[in-house]
Design a protein around this ligand. Structure first.
Ligand code: B12
Ligand code: SF4
Length: 501
């Protein structure tokens, strides 16, 4: 029985133009390979003609089961379109979708897209293994935990929660050999070196209201041991020539021991690799004595979700740290020569222009990388249910749930377009300052490179879009599914055209 895992054609991240394989997919492949399943992988973002190549592959190889990965809410329609295309080409293929959004919205996903046979709810490895085993042996799928589907009567069935894998060290290494690591597109632009996104832990023990991660992992945190992390990084250096990484772990150093272990291992290995890690303000303060060690071990930047400059908002979103702690953490990182990347959330209900002035004043003093986002009620999060209950969600087109589009109005800006303009205005006010432009000549090579890249590529593109209406950048091989169907003319059933979102 042949299984194909598909990362459907979708836009890559315009802001960073990070074009990297999904760590979750590679982890699933590594697991299934160890279990000796007959598997294949297609990261459609890398294909010259993503939809056509997917169609041809299905027609040619007719995999028995096709898994579709959807890691962002914003990609759900891409996943549905892939399922529609797969079923149109080979109705016998069984389709199974996994990832955060379909997990939270399993019933809605199944009802909206009949081409999806099953949804894997939650962590994928064990569910997928049991699912494939049961399909192969024609066993009862209702016994496989973590599955959702519609039965013959059209009723929604959920087989029950799949327990989390207790020890992540029992997982094999992600199957990098399935990814096209040498493909010129596979990159995370940084300092002119070829980068990658990696992931070494799952979840987070805090409970910020907007966070889909702590909701998905039910406020738990599990991690790989520092030795295995270092083994993986060493492999990435030696076999794939990767020296710079965005470590996607929500909160890298939930425990001090994890930080200490990482520092010790990386200092021992001397691989001379560089890392952008994620943490929280309170943990940076707790681990002040480790910051030099982190730097020596290769960390060049900490990204923290500092969100806002007012304690009332931090309390409202349950950030569980204060503005004073945010300031202190930024100062400490500077003191220890680590760059500060702050992810920030604007668009709060009570927000006024005065607040935005104070917001800019507070953050621009310290921040090297300004990760400005619009607060977004991601399905599955407490914020989603809260906002839904209050009738504040005005846009339910999931394509826009990428933190860059307004989904909710504020008390003052009562239409979404106004909120979008506010976002653009803050970006302009932050980036077009002499101090920010000076970073183009910073002695810090990473900061200098990032700013040159950002200003010449991203900011310039946004400016041209706004002034001259030039299209926003998307990767050259990106194609909307609808456009593909038009290009294909009669070859696909007409019904598909109406399904294409
Ligand atoms: C890697 C990553 C990226 C990479 C994408 C790489 C890629 N090719 O997909 C980059 C850096 C480019 C990126 C960008 C963005 N990302 Co991102 N990213 C992550 C990150 C850090 C790690 C994901 C990961 O690998 N996790 C580890 C694996 C093990 O978990 P997993 O992917 O969920 O997979 C498991 C299950 O979901 C399931 N599963 C998944 N797929 C499938 C398929 C099948 C068939 C089955 C059975 C199971 C299954 O099994 C897996 C193993 O257990 C997460 C945060 C996090 N720590 O998870 C955010 C995250 C996924 N990103 C997010 C977002 C919003 C974005 C952006 C839209 C913008 C932004 N502001 O960050 C952009 C735009 C994306 C784009 N246009 O490309 C959100 C998504 C939230 C949501 N519900 O929409 C997350 C959760 C972070 C967050 N909370 O903000 N991202
Ligand atoms: S600290 Fe970060 S990862 Fe943890 S719940 Fe809050 S936003 Fe999510």
């Amino acid at each position: 029985m042949r299984f194909l895992l598909v990362d459907p054609p979708h836009k890559i991240w315009t802001i960073l133009r990070a074009w990297v394989p999904s760590p979750g997919c590679l982890q699933l492949l590594g697991y299934l390979e160890r279990e000796q399943f007959d598997i294949d992988y297609m990261d459609c973002t890398l294909n010259e003609n993503p939809w056509r190549d997917l169609e041809e592959k299905i027609r040619r190889e007719k995999p028995d089961v096709i898994g579709i990965s959807v890691i962002c809410t914003a990609f759900i329609y891409d996943g549905m379109n892939a399922a529609n295309l797969i079923k149109a080409v080979n109705p016998k293929s069984i389709t199974l979708m996994g990832g955060e959004h379909p997990s939270f919205m399993a019933e809605e996903t199944l009802r909206d897209c009949p081409a999806i046979d099953y949804v894997c709810v939650g962590e994928g490895e064990v569910t997928l293994k049991e699912f494939l085993g049961a399909v192969e042996k024609k066993e009862d799928l209702s016994k496989v935990l973590g599955l959702a589907y519609l039965n013959e009567k059209g009723e929604f069935v959920y087989t029950g929660d799949r327990p989390f894998i207790e020890n992540l060290d029992t997982l094999p290494m992600p199957a990098y050999h399935f990814a096209k690591m040498e493909h010129p597109y596979v990159d995370l632009p940084s300092e002119g070196k070829r980068g990658l996104v990696v992931n070494f832990s799952r979840g987070c023990t805090w409970d910020c209201t907007f966070c889909s991660e702590s909701a998905f992992y039910k406020r738990t945190w599990r991690k790989r041991s520092p030795k295995l992390i270092a083994d993986e990084l060493q492999l990435l250096k030696e076999k794939y020539n990767r020296d710079i990484f965005y470590v996607g772990d929500n909160t890298f150093n939930v425990t001090r021991e994890q930080g200490i272990g990482f520092i010790e291992e990386m200092l021992k290995r001397k691989t001379n690799q560089h890392f952008w890690l994620q943490s929280r303000a309170d943990l940076i303060i707790r681990d002040e004595d480790l910051l030099d060690g982190f730097r020596e071990a290769g960390a060049y930047q900490f990204m923290m979700g500092l969100e806002y400059h007012a304690d009332s908002v931090l309390k409202d979103i349950r950030k569980r740290h204060t503005v004073e702690q945010a300031r202190k953490a930024m100062e400490l990182l500077k003191k220890h020569k680590l760059m500060v990347m702050a992810t920030l959330l604007i668009g709060h209900w009570e927000e006024t222009e005065e607040d935005r002035k104070a917001f800019l004043k507070f953050f621009r003093k310290y921040v090297d990388h300004f990760g400005l986002n619009l607060i977004t009620p991601l399905p599955g999060t407490p914020l989603f249910y809260q906002m839904k209950g209050q009738g504040r969600i005005e846009d339910l087109d999931y394509r826009n749930f990428d933190y860059l589009h307004a989904i909710m109005p504020t008390k003052e800006a009562d239409n979404l377009e106004q909120v979008n303009l506010i976002y653009k205005d803050i970006m302009r006010r932050y980036y077009w300052r002499p101090r920010e432009l000076l970073k183009l000549f910073s002695p810090n090579p990473i900061l200098r490179h990032h700013h040159r890249y950002y200003i010449t590529k991203v900011a310039f593109n946004i400016m041209m879009h706004e002034i001259f209406g030039k299209p926003m950048w998307v990767q050259p091989n990106y194609q909307e599914y609808k456009d593909y169907l038009v290009e294909r003319g009669e070859a696909l059933p007409e019904k598909l055209m109406t399904l294409a979102k």
